[in-house]
Design a protein around this ligand. Structure first.
Ligand SMILES: O=C(O)c1ccccc1NCC(=O)[C@H](O)[C@H](O)COP(=O)(O)O
Length: 238
């Protein structure tokens, strides 16, 4: 079961690594489109399954606005991902580890095509060639993701590192990804996200550490600022 990507990304702004209900409600009220819940046990932003389920339930009870709940996984099995999708109302599965290209198809086959599957590619060079190479293999495996999230490569950690990509190279190479929607992540903050969007030309951004007081503890003013700066930069794109 493969699904051709739509030209537009599933969200404009995602805040990742939320672990507290108050932070989720503040993010929703600030206007975020998607919230990331990190199910990777070694992440500083890890949230256990039961806590995530409770967080989503309470946040939805406290705020009428609908957001896309995104589960972040690193090298998890299909069974583990399916269990999370079953018990937490996830809209999106984000694969952020070294999963093989066919994993997108396997997850989709198990959880159904209403749940979108994003693939994070951790880019180590000033180029999106690694993303294009990955997509070519995924295409051949009938396993294209709904969107690709590009993050900066770090040897010691899988994500949430605060390391930036080269935004000029992203802009230069956007065309080689064809219609595959791209989400820019990696070191985005309220102070730099406007320049990042203007320079890279992306239509979707994601942040974790850039809006925090401590890992997993979000700063509400920083989230509001990140949202307003992102919206302003997207509006200028026309
Ligand atoms: O945030 C984490 O701790 C994390 C750990 C392992 C895999 C993925 C992780 N985060 C996923 C995200 O989507 C982050 O928002 C992305 O890596 C950007 O993080 P940051 O540079 O801190 O904004």
């Amino acid at each position: 079961m493969n699904r051709p990507p739509s030209a537009s990304p599933p969200f404009a702004v995602k805040i990742c690594g939320i672990t507290r209900v108050d932070d989720a409600v503040a993010a929703i009220e600030a206007g975020v489109d998607a919230i990331g819940l990190n199910f990777y046990g070694k992440s500083k932003r890890y949230i256990p399954l039961d806590a995530a389920r409770q967080l989503v339930t309470e946040s939805m009870a406290r705020s009428a606005r609908r957001v896309l709940w995104t589960g972040v996984f690193v090298n998890a099995s299909v069974d583990e991902i399916a269990e999370h999708v079953q018990r937490v109302p996830l809209d999106i599965v984000q694969l952020h580890g070294d999963e093989p290209p066919e994993m997108v198809r396997l997850v989709r086959e198990r959880v159904g095509s209403t749940v979108r599957v994003l693939r994070a590619v951790r880019v180590s060079q000033k180029s999106l060639a690694e993303v294009a190479d990955y997509l070519e293999v995924a295409r051949r495996a009938n396993s294209e993701p709904d969107a690709v999230l590009v993050d900066a490569h770090a040897t010691e950690e899988y994500g949430g590192t605060g390391k930036q990509l080269d935004w000029t190279s992203v802009h230069r190479d956007l065309a080689i990804l064809g219609s595959m929607p791209l989400i820019l992540a990696g070191g985005l903050t309220p102070e730099n996200v406007g320049v990042a969007i203007a320079t890279s030309g992306v239509q979707s951004v994601d942040t974790a550490s850039g809006v925090e007081e401590a890992p997993g503890v979000k700063n509400h003013e920083k989230m509001r600022h990140f949202l307003s700066e992102s919206r302003r930069a997207f509006a200028l794109q026309g």
